[in-house]
Design a protein around this ligand. Structure first.
Ligand SMILES: [Fe+2]
Length: 409
């Protein structure tokens, strides 16, 4: 008699890993949930954090505007893309000057704004320590009161609304060639108190997202899902989310780019971003993220594009140690009879059609410029977190293959 368990295809029984899960954020997802902001704030004084243009844009939004006008508290509306620690310190100082003391911090924007909201909340909880110092010693927050954050993502996305991490840049991205005395480009400020209290994920807030931001943020969601998928801490509690997120981006991103008014595509990307964020919040990222930072730091390449640049060759690398999760991905993305070995080529084609390699090639110009970045793309604590370690020779092979893909486009 056939053992029913072993009659399953291999992908149906993976993952088999034990796992833990901690996500204290209350999440509401769906078109129209932005109107619940008033309920989420529940009469508390607010500090409203947005980008420079965000204040006018969101005050003019049909359902959000009236709620925002009714909130009690100052606006901190100057968050730039990829804010540096100095910029975040200045925003913390401005919040103090505005006299804001307690209540909740409302962050409305893309990943930079949501991350900035967390860093500002951390800075305000300290007594004069700079944001970069807190990023280096997050345990300082253990006995501090960090303001609760209500997060409304307007891109799809960083997933920052459901993670406890804030990216803090030490210098402005796109700063050009490496200087001899340059330190690390960025730090991750991470602490459990930085999980937003509430995330209101309303796909309607992404409906007018421009083409390049739709592309870059959609790719970020895809790579975050992929990296969570092949992370060693991926478990039965995270892998289904990562699988679904990757599949949604694969199906919906081309439509959202060619038909930006397609609400189903926008909804799918918003869902993918949320699911990828939840999966990532429990695992972290691996090699694609580690290799991406110098591309953003030196050449100002959008985070999602920089991460997606090495996605196909990193997947090829991980396939050799697949325990069934990449087989499951192949079945979900490409069809039930798909051979997992065809996944990297399918993804490389997908990314090439979206112009990922072309953007990186246009920014860097030569393969030598790319190879010169390799020593800076080393984050040892991440390189060993995947199904397979990514050593120095692997990194060279991975970026070399990514460049060859780029040259074919
Ligand atoms: Fe990312």
């Amino acid at each position: 008699m056939t053992d029913p368990l072993h009659a399953f295809p291999r992908s149906a029984v993976a993952p088999t890993l034990a796992g833990a899960f901690h996500l204290p954020t209350r999440v509401r997802f769906g078109r129209g949930v932005r109107a619940a902001l008033g309920d989420a704030v529940a009469g508390r004084p607010c500090l409203i954090v947005t980008s420079e243009a965000g204040r006018e844009r969101w005050l003019g939004n049909d359902e959000l505007g009236p709620v925002l006008r009714g909130l009690d508290g100052p606006w901190l509306d100057g968050v730039p893309a990829n804010p540096t620690a100095d910029v975040l310190d200045a925003l913390v100082a401005r919040a103090r000057e505005e006299g804001w003391r307690e209540g909740c911090l409302v962050a409305i924007g893309g990943g930079s704004v949501l991350d900035a909201g967390k860093a500002i909340a951390a800075g305000l909880a300290c007594q004069g320590e700079r944001v970069a110092e807190v990023a280096g010693a997050p345990s300082w927050l253990d006995d501090r009161t960090v303001a609760p954050i209500v997060a409304l993502p307007t891109t799809a996305g960083s997933g920052s609304e459901v993670t406890s991490v804030s990216v803090v840049w030490h210098r402005a991205p796109g700063g050009g060639p490496r200087q001899a005395d340059d330190g690390p480009a960025k730090a991750s400020l991470a602490h459990p108190s930085l999980f937003p209290e509430i995330a209101l994920v309303d796909p309607a807030l992404t409906d007018t997202l421009p083409h390049q931001q739709t592309l870059a943020t959609g790719l970020d969601a895809m790579v975050q899902a992929a990296e969570s998928l092949w992370h060693r801490q991926g478990s039965a509690l995270t892998l289904p989310l990562a699988l679904r997120a990757m599949t949604l981006v694969y199906r919906a991103l081309p439509t959202a780019l060619t038909q930006p008014d397609d609400k189903r595509a926008r909804d799918a990307l918003a869902e993918a971003s949320l699911l990828a964020g939840v999966a990532l919040s429990q695992t972290g990222t691996v090699a694609c993220h580690a290799l991406s930072y110098p591309l953003t730091d030196r050449y100002g390449i959008s985070h999602g594009v920089a991460c997606a640049f090495t996605l196909a060759p990193v997947m090829q690398h991980m396939l050799a140690a697949d325990d069934g999760r990449l087989a499951a991905l192949a079945h979900a993305m490409l069809g039930l009879d798909a051979d997992p070995g065809t996944l990297p080529a399918a993804l490389a084609r997908f990314l090439s059609q979206l112009g990922v390699g072309a953007q990186v090639r246009a920014a860097l110009g030569t393969r030598e410029a790319l190879l010169a970045l390799l020593p800076e793309g080393v984050l040892p604590e991440r390189a060993g977190k995947g199904l397979r370690d990514v050593g120095q020779a692997d990194r060279e092979r991975i970026v070399g293959a990514a460049w060859e893909d780029a040259e074919r486009t």
